[in-house]
Design a protein around this ligand. Structure first.
Ligand SMILES: [Zn+2]
Length: 446
């Protein structure tokens, strides 16, 4: 993951400004791109293998408005077709949060449900335990979650490439086992398997953990195993992470820029039906566009994107287009706001808080405030503890907000930008509680 770091060469690009802060590269030739638009000119600095004409190309674009010292830094994405979309912010703009909004945010977090619909918790705990840590859930998470008043964490069971295919099922079961042990060790936590469990977590002010599979690589095409996973407490699944498996094709990883074609396999289509039959939720984050379209044709129940943002705010294949969001929203699905900088789009100086707010506000305006929640996907803690791949010695940090204790800052930012308290309460947890309560209430179909 991550961008190629070596600077290869500078390029120049013709650009058209369609609106402030957004750029479309209209003519992208390998070596020579011309710049211009009424008094604007820009010098672009590219990172990536330009000569190869493919792969990720990050272009640092310094605008110089003639006669004006304004300097903007933008991150652009060059796609092979020559069409690129970029978003950018003036460097240095930072939201200053007034204390009264922070106070209101802290109050809301302690008095209303707070939910994170995506955390690679089971995988992280597994690696920490095999590295010798005794109670990593308590050490690394309890205080942060308590400080921000979290009531429910949706933990993925995420498998790395080196655990697949043969070791996948064993690795998944190991993660589930370690997570259950961690919950047993800490009375503040509770494994949520039913709507009753969810209500209990809320009334007893405990922290619920809801398990789901991030990708079903570990079952191959053996859909019978879904029922066993359900018995173990797994209540949802995405068909695939950002990779191809026997059921579906993933979209490319967040740090890459490549359209990946190919819809669901016949077994993948059957998996959608089986998940619905078992009343397990279906997550479409990481699914490619063809797969998303197939899900729309097959799914009869609402499906969700636990940790994806809006392509209109920041173009990335991990994010959803407006059309996809409308489709998901019209079927009663939900979106969880991702807090990874590669997906938020705040790698190059954009204010993370403002970008996060823009995603929430755009999603709410398009599909309604009742369909938006958090799915923060904080990975830094996981990344620190996972085994390193060969040549993967440097750890890249990507969490926009640092950790869960910082989430009230986002809440305060939404309030300061004018969102009503009732709406903010829905975003930080109320909507997910409603959605999961419904999913967990359904019995298995005969
Ligand atoms: Zn993910």
């Amino acid at each position: 993951m991550g961008f190629v770091q070596s600077v290869v060469k500078r390029i120049r690009a013709k650009i058209l400004l369609s609106e402030p802060g957004r750029v479309h590269i209209s003519a992208a030739r390998q070596q020579e791109l011309i710049i211009g638009r009424k008094g604007f000119w820009a010098e672009l600095r590219a990172e990536g293998n330009l000569a190869a004409g493919q792969g990720t190309l990050v272009i640092f674009c310094v605008f110089r408005n003639t006669g004006n010292q304004d300097v903007h830094t933008m991150t652009c994405e060059k796609i092979l077709s020559g069409i690129s979309i970029c978003s950018g912010r003036r460097r240095g703009d930072r939201m200053k949060i007034e204390e009264k909004y922070m106070e209101a945010a802290r109050r809301l977090h302690q008095s209303s449900p707070v939910v994170d619909a995506h955390l690679d918790l089971a995988g992280e705990l597994y690696f920490r335990v095999i590295n010798g840590e005794k109670n990593p859930l308590r050490t690394h998470y309890l205080n942060h979650l308590r400080e921000a008043g979290f009531n429910l964490i949706v933990s993925s069971v995420y498998l790395r490439d080196d655990q697949l295919p043969e070791g996948g099922l064993r690795a998944a079961l190991d993660q589930i086992s370690v997570l259950q042990e961690a919950v047993d060790q800490n009375e503040e936590f509770f494994l949520v398997r039913s709507a009753g469990d969810l209500n209990r977590v809320l009334s007893e002010d405990r922290i619920g953990i809801l398990l789901y599979m991030e990708g079903l690589d570990c079952i191959g095409t053996d859909l019978r195993l879904l029922r066993i996973l359900r018995e173990l407490g797994v209540r949802g699944a995405s068909l695939t992470w950002s990779r191809r498996n026997a059921l579906a094709n993933g979209c490319c990883k967040a740090g890459q820029r490549q359209q990946i074609p190919g819809g669901l396999s016949p077994e993948g289509k059957a998996a959608v039906e089986e998940l619905e039959r078992l009343s397990m939720f279906l997550d479409v984050s990481h699914l490619n566009d063809d797969g998303f379209a197939d899900v729309c044709r097959i799914a009869k129940k609402p499906f969700i994107a636990t940790h994806s943002n809006s392509q209109s705010v920041f173009f990335n294949y991990r994010n959803l287009s407006d059309g996809q969001m409308k489709e998901l929203g019209s079927r009663g699905g939900m979106m969880g706001l991702n807090g990874c900088d590669l997906i938020v789009g705040c790698m190059e100086g954009e204010d993370p808080l403002e970008m996060l707010c823009r995603h929430v506000e755009h999603e709410a305006s398009l599909i309604g405030i009742d369909k938006v929640g958090l799915g923060l996907d904080f990975c830094d803690s996981y990344t620190e503890t996972e085994p390193k791949y060969p040549n993967g010695n440097t750890i890249e940090y990507h969490d926009c907000l640092g950790n869960h204790s910082q989430v009230p800052k986002l809440t305060a930012a939404l309030l300061q930008r004018g969102m009503e308290e009732e709406a903010v309460k829905k975003v930080i947890g109320g909507n997910w509680i409603r959605y999961f309560r419904e999913v967990l209430t359904f019995p298995m179909a005969e």
